[in-house]
Design a protein around this ligand. Structure first.
Ligand code: TYD
Length: 218
């Protein structure tokens, strides 16, 4: 089973993933959780190139680096884990590329689709949880988490975070468009709800979607 979490920076994915892993493990489900970009030696190096706040990277370069990191993670870790029967939880997958590099940076969506197919070996998540938060609130959370004033040129921000509010608005819109085109795979949850309420919803989704799974009993 492959479960992915998506949302703009600051939507609270990591908190939810930690809670979900705890719940699945208490149920005896063998789970691994990974984040993109990263997850193998090479992919972690690519992550540093992508997020280093001083770096300047073109949109196409960015797309190819995210995709290279993904290809490593998919082939070295995700496919073997799925084949051995593990549940894989991913903090971001190719929907991030569609939203950030496609809608955010404005790269051609058909070209993106081809690259995504190559980098993922065609793997599609069983379910994708979208934590929906408006960009203004998400960024306010991000800045207050880091205890810094709202300024997109702050050294405390990574390269992606420096892209500005207009970029995040496009990314958010990109997610909404992607969901419209993939309604059966996505579940949208309001990220402004308290973390425990969101967690209960995530559990319900998983029990509802996989009622016959031998490992997830209601
Ligand atoms: P990260 O620190 O992991 O952010 P978050 O906690 O918000 O997930 O940084 C990953 C950044 O990379 C984030 O800004 C989203 C961006 N990203 C893309 O632009 N394209 C992609 O394909 C992926 C996987 C991430």
């Amino acid at each position: 089973m492959l479960i992915t979490f998506e949302g703009i920076d600051g939507a609270g994915k990591s908190t939810q993933i930690t809670k979900l892993i705890g719940w699945l493990e208490r149920k005896g489900v063998e789970t691994i959780s990974l984040r993109e970009p990263g997850g193998t030696d090479a992919a972690e190096k690519i992550r540093r190139i992508l997020l280093d706040s001083g770096g300047k990277i073109t949109p196409v370069g960015e797309l190819l680096l995210f995709s290279a990191s993904r290809a490593e993670l998919v082939q070295q870790v995700i496919i073997p884990a799925l084949e051995s029967g593990k549940t894989v939880i991913l903090d971001r997958f190719y929907d991030s590329t569609t939203a950030y590099q496609g809608y955010g940076r404005g790269l051609d969506l058909d070209m993106l689709r081809s690259i995504i197919t190559i980098s993922t070996c065609g793997i599609v998540p069983d379910v994708t949880v979208f934590l929906d938060l408006d960009p203004e609130t998400a960024l306010r959370r991000k800045f207050s988490e880091k205890s810094i004033p709202i300024a997109f040129d702050s050294d405390e921000l990574d390269r992606m975070e420096r892209s500005g509010l207009e970029f995040y608005r496009k990314v958010h819109q990109g997610y909404l468009e992607t969901i419209k085109q993939n309604e059966s795979r996505f579940v949208t949850i309001d990220a402004k709800e308290p973390a425990d309420i969101i967690h209960n919803k995530v559990k319900e989704i998983i029990m509802h979607r996989f009622p016959f799974s031998p490992v997830i009993e209601q």
